[in-house]
Design a protein around this ligand. Structure first.
Ligand code: FCB
Length: 450
């Protein structure tokens, strides 16, 4: 058997990228609302004020997913809709929206997976120090509890955080994302520690509210893969996969996943940043490593690695003419074989690919359709590799394509189209792309024909 019978084929999305309705029904501002207002931060001055208008058109989007036979849908909940000030007074209307969305997803026969935090941090909390504040883990746990208490009768699958590598690293180290302020390494490590504690405390809060919950976490990675099948290259790729790059330490797998799944920070982090590490409380790592049900991993690409060089592992330079996507991301299908394999070996947790996909220069053709052969080819290549990993015994439970509809791609505004469903932002008309129909057929035969 390749993919399990109950394999969850689905699509993913995130609140700020699709919902719009930024000031509706009592939603408070997030750091992304404010970032978008700063000139020069987002390409073409775009904002998520309207985005794909999913807040009003969610039923249409769910209908499309149903038509395509999706088994699962991963969406995120906007914290500032639930707590406009981040904590304190709960906004019932915000929860009402997710209540309606959930009912509609379930009525379509689709399993909901909710991410609690996909980057739209309440601006009011940012003004109180955000992740620097020692209360920040509690704020997040309180929010998680409120969501689980209200929706937990129907919502069983939870993902705490999406890509801490990005919402800490790209936001406070390299600064392309909101709030886009550089902090020194010791403060960024302190924020990282608070994020990890927030994760653990949220897991406790969800478990207390929903006994039969399934909880995971969705970090990202560069899924490095070996240049050849030789044991030396494989070992080099494994090493590179979990290595902490000294110049980009937040862009690492082990910094974010070892504490959660192994209950310890990696030794390499202490070698690099021992003097900069925050003070770690006696119970902290126990809280951070509260047992999880699954690892959700976002995988888009990686680098080819061979044995050699001073570290024993080195990057093989990309060859002239290598394949890349419209966002100029390399196409490396091997990542979806080696990534799951290495993660399974190290963490031994059932795995979901919580994001994978590409942006293409999609247009509506004269025939009124959207032909995206590059997306079909990409998915075909990547999913073959995932299938091979499943066949070799990696416990893979599901795959969520990023994204359902085209959407607001952060600092790149609306210039990248990642959807399987085209969105005309002027009219909000949706058109299922060719890849959507291809994916529907793939779901129907559970990937047998890959
Ligand atoms: C990931 C993000 C997601 C989307 C894709 C293209 O890093 O989690 O929101 O922007 O990239």
């Amino acid at each position: 058997m390749a993919f399990r019978k109950d394999f969850v084929w689905g699509g993913a999305s995130a609140s700020y990228q699709i919902e719009g309705a930024a000031a509706e029904d009592g939603r408070g501002p997030s750091i992304w609302d404010m970032f978008c207002k700063e000139p020069g931060r987002v390409l073409n001055g775009s904002t998520g004020d309207v985005a794909a208008d999913h807040y009003h058109r969610y039923q249409e989007d769910v209908d499309i997913m149903k038509q395509l036979g999706y088994k699962g849908y991963r969406f995120s909940i906007a914290w500032p809709r639930i707590f406009p000030e981040g904590d304190g007074k709960l906004n019932g209307k915000g929860l009402d929206f997710y209540d309606r969305l959930l009912d509609s997803i379930i009525a379509a026969g689709i399993i909901p997976y909710a991410t609690l935090y996909h980057w739209d941090y309440p601006y009011a909390l940012f003004r109180r120090g955000g992740w620097m504040n020692p209360d920040s883990p509690r704020w997040f746990a309180d929010y998680a509890a409120a969501v689980a208490q209200r929706l937990g009768d129907r919502l069983k699958n939870y993902i705490t955080f999406n890509e801490p590598q990005c919402f800490i690293g790209i936001s406070y180290d390299s600064t392309e994302h909101a709030p886009g302020i550089h902090f020194p390494i010791w403060d960024t490590l302190l924020m990282a520690h608070h994020v990890l504690l927030a994760h653990g405390r949220a897991v406790q809060a969800i478990r207390a509210a929903v006994k039969d919950s399934q909880i995971g976490y969705a970090p990202t990675c560069s899924a490095h893969y070996p240049a050849t099948d030789s044991p030396e290259d494989q070992e080099a790729a494994r090493k590179a996969f979990f290595h902490i790059p000294p110049d980009r330490c937040f862009w690492s797998v082990s910094l974010w996943s070892d504490p959660v799944f192994l209950g310890k920070y990696p030794d390499e982090l202490y070698t690099l940043h021992g003097p900069h590490m925050p003070k770690i409380g006696a119970d902290d790592l126990r809280i951070i490593s509260e047992p999880l049900d699954f690892l959700g991993q976002n995988i888009y690409n990686g680098m080819e690695i061979r044995a050699g060089g001073p570290l024993g592992a080195e990057i093989v330079p990309r060859k002239d003419g290598y394949a890349f996507t419209a966002a100029k991301w390399p196409v490396t299908p091997e990542s979806l074989y080696w990534g799951p394999k290495f993660l399974w070996e190290r963490y031994k947790k059932p795995l979901y690919i919580t994001e994978n996909g590409l942006s293409c220069a999609d247009v509506v053709s004269l025939d009124g359709k959207v032909h995206d052969p590059a997306r079909i080819d990409f998915l075909h290549r990547y999913l073959r590799c995932l299938k091979k990993a499943a066949e070799e015994g990696v416990d893979i439970r599901g795959y969520f394509h990023w994204c359902v509809t085209d959407n607001f791609e952060w600092a790149k505004g609306y210039t990248d189209r990642f959807g399987m469903v085209y969105c005309d932002y002027q009219t909000q008309r949706r058109i299922i792309k060719d890849s959507g129909y291809w994916y529907r057929d793939l779901i129907q035969n559970n990937g047998e024909e890959l």
